[in-house]
Design a protein around this ligand. Structure first.
Ligand SMILES: [Zn+2]
Length: 331
């Protein structure tokens, strides 16, 4: 008889504890409370008092909560990971005060933001680090990570350290059941190969930033979708129409058309979407005027104009992300 693990109630890890998938409500699958480069907290040019951080962040989360009332829940997935300003006890207080569920990530945005301590670690060490943060908690906060971040270092090619992190993430995902999301969907072939070698179903992986301006021409998103991977349209709002757009910006209509192509071709179940905005950026000025609430203010009216119905919006922002975030241990 094969060993059958005892059934546990389906759940999603948030920083305040597990929730049932139905409680997640509306999910913004790739956002940031505050993202910065390692060490930026030591640069006095960018110091922010706690009051400032709360002042910048709380109104955005409250607005997010307000915008999601009709879905009966609000879930904000923080894609910041280790070394980039992740602060789980702060997230816990934000979640308590605003009623927004916050899912924290373990893992790294990319090998090139992992501090030397982790850079030198082998796959097994990284795997145990991720499992610890998912099953025991992050630091002493008791808050458990609900997803693993991995990514491609600068240069649009996977580096050796990136590959090590991807493999460790695959093993931790299999063991704990959390999903994985990636920073950048370029150079996906080695990633797909690692996940196949480790036996992780590709629908447990969200290939992020497939829609950003700098990845176009380099990202094989339809190929990834054919392999069963999920495609992240998760930089909605970084429009070149902004007064001071970032280098990864893209013409608004072009991104929208890219996204609508998936819906027209019946590939709605392959996509997830978000805004990748910072509530309060760390060590950089951020992109003025861009928040998670772009989804409600600009994206949804544009989708409705193009004939996208509420059921499709619910599929992308409620049903699919809840299933994705629900722990599915494979061992
Ligand atoms: Zn991000």
């Amino acid at each position: 008889m094969p060993y059958v693990s005892p059934r546990i109630a389906p759940r999603i890890n948030t920083v305040l504890g597990p929730i049932a998938p139905e409680e997640a409500g509306f999910v913004a699958i790739h956002e940031h409370i505050g993202y910065g480069m390692p060490g930026s907290e030591l640069d006095p040019q960018w110091w922010k008092t706690p009051e400032q951080r709360y002042e910048e962040t709380v109104p955005k989360l409250r607005m997010f909560h307000q915008n999601t009332l009709r879905w009966g829940g609000a879930t904000f997935v923080d894609a910041t990971g280790i070394c980039n300003g992740r602060d789980v006890s702060y997230y816990q207080s934000l979640s308590e005060k605003t009623g927004v569920h916050i899912v924290a990530s373990t893992g790294f945005v990319g090998g090139d933001t992992a501090l030397p301590f982790f850079e030198r670690a082998d796959v097994d060490y990284l795997y145990r680090q991720f499992v610890h943060e998912i099953t025991v908690g992050v630091g002493r906060t008791g808050g458990k990570a609900g997803i693993i971040k991995v990514g491609v270092s600068r240069g649009f090619r996977m580096k050796e350290l990136d590959l090590r992190i991807y493999r460790a993430a695959a093993r931790a995902a299999l063991e704990t059941g959390v999903p994985i999301f990636t920073h950048l969907a370029v150079d996906a072939e080695p990633a797909v190969e690692i996940f196949a070698e480790e036996g992780l179903p590709l629908d447990r992986v969200l290939f992020g930033h497939a829609d950003d301006g700098v990845s176009q021409g380099k990202v094989r998103d339809r190929w990834i979708a054919e392999q069963g991977g999920r495609i992240g349209f998760d930089t909605f709002g970084y429009d070149l129409e902004l007064p001071d757009p970032p280098f990864w910006g893209r013409p608004r209509q072009e991104r929208l058309e890219h996204f609508l192509g998936y819906l027209r071709d019946g590939l709605v179940d392959s996509v997830l979407a978000s805004a990748d905005a910072n509530c309060s950026p760390l060590g950089w000025p951020g992109v003025k005027g861009h928040t998670v609430n772009y989804l409600f203010d600009t994206l949804f009216p544009a989708l409705r104009q193009h004939g996208v119905d509420d059921a499709t919006i619910d599929r992308i922002f409620v049903e699919l992300p809840a299933a994705f975030l629900t722990l599915q241990p494979q061992n």
